[in-house]
Design a protein around this ligand. Structure first.
Ligand code: ASP
Length: 437
């Protein structure tokens, strides 16, 4: 039997009806031995997430203001879930403790974490599983940074080989017991950490969509879903702005080579997207895994006759960037020019001084700055060693009347990046998608 860790996002556990869906998902596969819940999310578009409400309570309490009206909303949501599901847990007692802690000036981390804590208690009873407090198995260092090594030890000690366990997501504790939370959305990280901790065969991340799409649906109409994607491809797309899993939530499972399956609580029959280690990146049907793009880049082109034969020219240019604390994205070069592509926001307040310094340090003949560049990454492990991919891409852009201002292809051949004018970002993504879909 495959051991699976199933993490459920806030919308998947927003009310009693959702709890029922989750239960039938868990019962449909006996390998789903570990469950990691988020706090209840929005039930409707205008609804509020419990975590947001908890942060509000804490802010009000800290300012010495009344927070009872917000706390009541939180309390009612849990009471409703417990009531509708006929649960025996004395949820009011737990709520009272939290209310009391807020009154006493508890930390905002403690307050925020209670959303997952309470949901975990309710879900454990509803599933007939054992509740294990994340504070016992997820460890943070004294300075608040996550401690992966100690967490792994604790998980192995307390969870390995067990079954039917609920560990709430999003938080853990420092050695002295004080609660710490991951960044917002961090229940994904908890799920990954538990999957690694119990040596799971699969990390299932249940959400409200059936996985990732090949392109942003706001740009491309009905893009196809991505069935299988490798960790590296995912990183490339995430970096270019695709709305996929946060890197921190991928890292623990990637390290342990555990695949992640993004699934839809509303459509459990759909297979979703499977994120696999690079070595298992099964061949693609087509050549394209996904496309993502972002606007807001600037190119600084440093020109100097004979640059190509001058030893240390690139070093001088990059040293100036380092001196000004500016990071760069790409460095396309020609015989006599070296261009650096930089995110516009990196240059705020530094632009003039940086260019003046570049002029002096590199002794260049001319420096030209182009703004409004958008970068588009066309990503696909199926591109490797296939002739004609670049040609197809450039033809698609040419046919759409789009001028390419920059090209970059890494030697891994996984990704072709093109730079276009910012206002041509969307037509360019559409043209590429149509050519490869
Ligand atoms: N409940 C937390 C948040 O809203 C963590 C999570 O749901 O992933 O950010």
């Amino acid at each position: 039997m495959q051991v699976k860790v199933a993490k459920f996002g806030g919308s998947s556990l927003a009310d009693a009806a959702q709890f029922r869906r989750v239960k039938s998902i868990i019962q449909a596969d006996e390998g789903r031995l570990f469950v990691v819940p988020s706090a209840p999310g929005k039930r409707t578009y205008t609804d509020e997430k419990i975590t947001d409400l908890l942060f509000q309570c804490h802010a009000l309490a800290e300012a010495g203001e009344h927070f009872e009206h917000v706390f009541d909303i939180i309390a009612q949501r849990y009471i409703d879930i417990a009531h509708e599901l006929n649960l025996k847990l004395d949820i009011r007692r737990y709520l009272q403790t939290i209310w009391h802690e807020l009154k006493q000036g508890t930390s905002s981390d403690y307050a925020a974490s209670r959303g997952e804590f309470l949901n975990g208690l309710l879900l454990a009873e509803y599933l007939g599983f054992t509740f294990v407090d994340a504070a016992e198995v997820v460890r943070f260092e004294q300075n608040g940074t996550f401690d992966p090594a100690m967490t792994q030890t604790l998980m192995q000690e307390k969870l390995l080989g067990r079954k039917n366990i609920v560990v709430p997501g999003y938080y853990g504790a420092i050695e002295d017991g004080s609660i710490k939370v991951f960044p917002r959305g961090g229940a994904d990280i908890s799920g990954a950490v538990v999957a690694r901790g119990v040596n799971a065969d699969l990390y299932e991340n249940w959400t409200d969509v059936s996985g990732f799409l090949m392109a942003d649906p706001r740009i491309v109409k009905d893009p196809k879903p991505i069935r299988i994607i490798t960790y590296t491809e995912l990183r490339e797309l995430a970096y270019m702005g695709a709305n996929v899993l946060h890197e921190h939530s991928i890292f623990p499972v990637r390290l342990a080579c555990i695949p992640i399956n993004i699934r839809n609580t509303y459509a459990p029959e759909e297979e979703g997207t499977l994120i696999v280690p690079d070595t298992e990146g099964k061949p693609l049907q087509g050549r394209l895994t996904g496309i993502a793009g972002r606007a807001g880049f600037t190119v600084i082109a440093v020109a100097k006759d004979g640059m190509h034969s001058e030893i240390g020219f690139g070093y001088k240019v990059l040293s100036v960037l380092k001196k000004h604390g500016v990071s760069f994205e790409h460095i396309p070069t020609g015989i006599d020019t070296m261009s650096v592509v930089i995110e516009e926001k990196e240059l705020i307040g530094k632009r003039k001084a940086l260019i003046d310094d570049l002029m002096v340090e590199s002794e260049s003949d001319c420096i030209t700055v182009y703004d409004n560049l958008a970068l588009i990454a066309t990503v696909g492990r199926g591109m490797v060693r296939h002739i004609g991919i670049a040609a197809k891409l450039f033809t698609a852009l040419a046919d759409a009347g789009i001028n390419i201002r920059m090209i970059d292809q890494g030697s891994s051949e996984l990704n072709i990046i093109v730079g276009v004018e910012s206002d041509e970002l969307e037509p360019a993504v559409r043209a590429i998608y149509e050519a490869f879909k």
